[in-house]
Design a binder for this molecule. Structure first.
Ligand code: 5CA
Ligand code: ZN
Length: 479
């Protein structure tokens, strides 16, 4: 099923140290996405990659569904609605694809392909929201969006068609309540990335890098193997900017008409880019149990009584699938070595090898994707596998966390920040002024991710002006 004949299986993966090449090759060899589609910035999901995506987005849905409603809005946005919010237009106008004709007839009103859906959704919010009883309102959709990106495009990382844009939009009676929702969003995203065993940074983007139209933006970044950061989620406090533009008001309990406060927060398939990049290794993908399309691969070692080996393998397969484990029995003609290689490439968390001698002893050989190898009794196999899956999750996280921690260094000067951002993330004392911020970015030649959230620091001298403050900023080269 996942063993398609689309790709040459003999090829060897480049070293992970050559991150960019490794990443591109791996996406093809493991059959995640095919980048050969003849439109720049648009990729095809292989069925196997799509299965990973479904499992990953099932977690997002599970985390949002208790208090958000899933919905779907149209892809096309009329020019007059799109052009209403000035800051938003300024942020996106160079990135919008336009539909200008229907067949051979020019359209009266041009239609934008959504780069994100504020301007599609908020005119409808105006119609939906009447009174305080309609608030808070929390919706989300998972859709494709289009951005005419001019920076170098990369599969899953910088796309012109983002196929899996999860955007949540919430509406509140007060600014404070909306601020609380931003915290909720970050908490949900944090839980999401923990379940993917991925460490991350949370920071408040500097004012010049916030979402167009937002009061502020809080972002989540993952540190990639090459030390550059990937923004894998953002939550924006929109204040009443869009409420003013789209006249979204509600009747308060005292009868007064008031402007709403809003938030929006988004995640794209960049989360899968991070998952692949952080956990993958020289042998291919390494997928956390929860998102692996195949969780256990059984490889029969066909020596001696082959029928017996196959029969026992099938029995184990049945036992595992009745325990809701996603299991595949590999009965292809490949030699065992080729099968091991293939399942490792696909990131399968656990491989079971079943041979005649094991059967005699009532055991199987269990090999985890992190190379831990054990002999386990067939009796109680399901429990043993669940335990190994948990340990593997912890091991993946610990390995990722080691890398993450090694990648972040505190520095005191611009020179040290410059050195550190060549290899990772620098934590730099910053007084918080816009002037010092710009000067930092210019002289360090890296981006400011902004102020770390949920941590405090002792006073230190701003790396630019020397003023003492408790302020800090992360700096990094960004994808
Ligand atoms: N409306 C808001 C919140 S839904 C919004 O559009 N925010 S955003 O512009 O920050 O995008 C949300 C997330 O999508 C980003 O944090 C980033 O992780 C991801 N993203 C943005 N542009 C791209 C792109 N070209 N390709 C892949 N992912 C992208
Ligand atoms: Zn300063």
């Amino acid at each position: 099923m996942t063993d398609s004949k689309m790709i040459n299986k003999q090829a060897k993966l480049p070293a992970k140290e050559d991150f960019s090449e490794w990443y591109h090759e791996l996406l093809t060899m493991a059959e995640v996405v095919d980048n050969r589609y003849p439109v720049k910035g648009m990729c095809v999901w292989f069925p196997f990659g799509y299965a990973i995506k479904k499992n990953v987005y099932a977690i997002i849905r599970e985390l949002l569904d208790p208090d958000h409603q899933e919905t779907q809005f149209p892809l096309l946005i009329p020019e007059n609605e799109f052009m209403k919010e000035a800051q938003h237009i300024k942020g996106f106008e160079e990135e919008v694809y336009w539909v200008t004709s229907g067949g051979t007839s020019p359209l009266d009103v041009k239609l934008a392909l959504r780069p994100t859906s504020e301007t599609a959704i908020y005119p409808m919010f105006k119609l939906w929201i009447r009174s305080h009883a309609d608030l808070p309102l929390r919706i989300y959709q998972i859709v494709n969006t289009f951005r005419y990106e001019t920076k170098h495009t990369r599969p899953l990382i910088r796309l012109r068609e983002i196929t899996s844009f999860k955007e949540a939009h919430t509406v509140h009676a007060t600014w404070e309540e909306a601020a609380g929702q931003v915290e909720v969003a970050i908490a949900r995203y944090s839980e999401f990335y923990r379940r993917l065993a991925l460490p991350f940074l949370v920071s408040r983007r500097p004012s010049w890098d916030k979402f167009p139209g937002a009061d502020y933006t809080t972002a989540i970044d993952v540190i990639m193997p090459d030390g550059k950061t990937l923004q894998v989620g953002t939550a924006h406090h929109l204040g009443s900017t869009f409420a003013k533009t789209y006249e979204i008001t509600y009747e308060a309990e005292n009868g007064e008409q008031k402007l709403v406060s809003q938030t929006c927060y988004g995640i794209s398939e960049r989360c899968i880019a991070a998952l692949i990049s952080v956990h993958g290794d020289a042998n291919g993908l390494a997928l956390p149990w929860e998102v692996a399309p195949t969780q256990v691969a059984i490889v029969p070692i066909l020596l001696g009584d082959k029928e017996k080996v196959l029969a026992v393998s099938r029995q184990l397969q049945d036992e595992l699938s009745s325990a809701r484990v996603r299991v595949q029995l590999d009965t292809s003609d490949d030699r065992p070595g080729a099968k091991f290689y293939k399942w490792e490439m696909k990131g399968v968390p656990i491989r079971l090898e079943v041979g005649p001698r094991d059967i005699e002893k009532g055991v199987v050989t269990l090999v985890r994707r992190d190379k831990v190898k054990k002999t386990v009794p067939m009796e109680g196999l399901v429990q043993a596998i669940n335990k190994e899956a948990e340990e593997l999750q912890a091991a993946l996280f610990a390995k990722a966390m080691n890398h993450h921690e090694a990648m972040v260094k505190k520095v005191v000067s611009i020179e040290d920040a410059k050195v550190q951002t060549q290899v990772g993330v620098a934590l730099v004392p910053w007084c918080g002024s816009v002037e010092c911020g710009h000067e930092l970015e210019d002289r360090v030649e890296a981006n400011m991710l902004g102020e770390p959230q949920y941590v405090t620091f002792p006073e230190a001298a701003c790396a630019v002006c020397g003023k003492m403050s408790a302020g800090r900023t992360y700096m990094a080269r960004q994808y």
